[in-house]
Design a protein around this ligand. Sequence first.
Ligand SMILES: Cc1cc2nc3c(=O)[nH]c(=O)nc-3n(C[C@H](O)[C@H](O)[C@H](O)COP(=O)(O)OP(=O)(O)OC[C@H]3O[C@@H](n4cnc5c(N)ncnc54)[C@H](O)[C@@H]3O)c2cc1C
Length: 503
Amino acid sequence: MSESSSPTEIVIIGSGIMSATLAVLLKQLDPTKRITVYEAAEELSPEASHGWHNAGTGHAGICELSDTPDLETDGTVDVTKAIDIFAEFEQSLQFWAHAVHSGIIKDPGTFIQPVPHVSFVRTAEQVAYLKARYEGLAAHHFFSSMAFSTDRSKIDAWAPLLTESRDDEPIGATHMTGGTDVNFGSLSRQLLDWLGRQDGCSVKTSHRVTDLKRRPNGGWNVTTRNSISKQRSSRAASFVFVGAGGGSILLLQKAGLPEASGLGGFPIGGQWLVCDNPKVTDRHQAKVYGQALGAAPTMAVPHLDTRIIDGQRKLLFGPFAAWTTKFLHQEGRWTDLPASIKPHNLGTLLKIGATNLDLIRYLLQQGTQSMAARMRVLQEFYPGAKQEDWKLIDAGIRVQAIKKTDGEAGIVHYGTEVLTSADRSMSALLGASPGASTSVHIILEVIRTSFPQLLKGDAGLARIQSIIPTYGIDLVAPSQSDRFSALAAPARDALGLTPTQSA
Ligand SMILES: Cc1cc2nc3c(=O)[nH]c(=O)nc-3n(C[C@H](O)[C@H](O)[C@H](O)COP(=O)(O)OP(=O)(O)OC[C@H]3O[C@@H](n4cnc5c(N)ncnc54)[C@H](O)[C@@H]3O)c2cc1C
């Protein structure tokens, strides 16, 4: 086994959007940082961040009905969470605009496109809910351009596939320009391509991290295996970021962090229906989100999305959940789930399994349903959909973190959680939502916790505001409406999202 050691080394595991964002933000904040990124797969970003493994929705709280709870008794809808998610997504837009301005990314069209976001509901009860949600959101300056309608001709103008061949039933929709479709895989690869060209930094594919051991004097020994040469190597690191997506839990177990004791993982696979017939794709220019169906977890809320990947325009519908025991799509093994079961998490996993039989039944049923059954779900959105235009592909796998305290609460948790060792020498990301869209917000938390000196004082604030101009500014307060407009517009211009550029 070869060894290399440099005490100031930062090791980042995984090449998804979280790792790429951390690596570039750290190098931008402190150009002396020496960073090595290890990716198990042959290419960069092949898992959850890959363009076809997620829906590419720039989640900004605009269309996702799962971000706003049911009607209150006074007939209003609490829109606080949607407003917060919008503010978090704004930080991502600001960072990506900086990446374009500073030449890290040459062409924003390679990863982000303006696509209107639409919420669509059926039944009088759901229409009343959507109207109240709209009234709550449109009163806030983030969502002032949102429109609501129950008028078929208006909804037809927004998204004609929704109304075509539809029976006469109550329908309602909201529509907002300013939504986005994001190829997080392309974005991650471009960020890491830049990082790999910086002094003291490298990005190594085909390198699986196989072990993490504490060093006696602080920091970590990171062991990797090169899947091409079969060679094992060990490297010292003062800080390790476990951004291994579904693989994070297995790595945390190897590291033996007391903070990770009792943690387990529950994988949920996914599938999409995809259409590339231009006669259909050319007639839909929106991301349309509906309500969760039956026992579906909120992450399985169906949506009909315009996708623009590698310059090609397609439609995506789903996700359909699927039962799996793999933690990663490409680099995972069927033994991942059994291998993750340890004496310290067995009790929690059994208890949670027993109290979530409905969900497990739902996953088994979803994964085995016929194409005709999947088409019936699609036809609730797009009644005129024809089976010959659609094919089924795999989406990414989400590994939901299960903790001891969750024994009573249930199995599927959507929040992303940052887990940090007591000495702050290791940070890991658990969970999957709201996900890639709020990667910058999440990674800023990692930096605040493990690299607080980079953001300290006036110099630190100036440094981070040169990258994210809105950092530290409360854009949510109603009094900040003008300031929000002034800060948001340049970022959207840089990203090619302003209406004149997208027309
Ligand atoms: C079906 C689905 C739909 C989604 N839709 C959206 C959406 O519309 N909008 C949104 O914002 N988010 C969405 N998400 C969530 C989003 O995809 C994830 O939050 C995000 O991609 C996670 O990025 P990551 O960097 O943490 O993980 P990943 O992209 O999975 O990256 C982890 C990397 O680590 C590597 N790795 C694992 N183990 C090792 C090891 N031992 N050594 C070295 N490398 C290793 C893997 O190969 C992988 O490349 C969706 C997710 C799914 C599954």
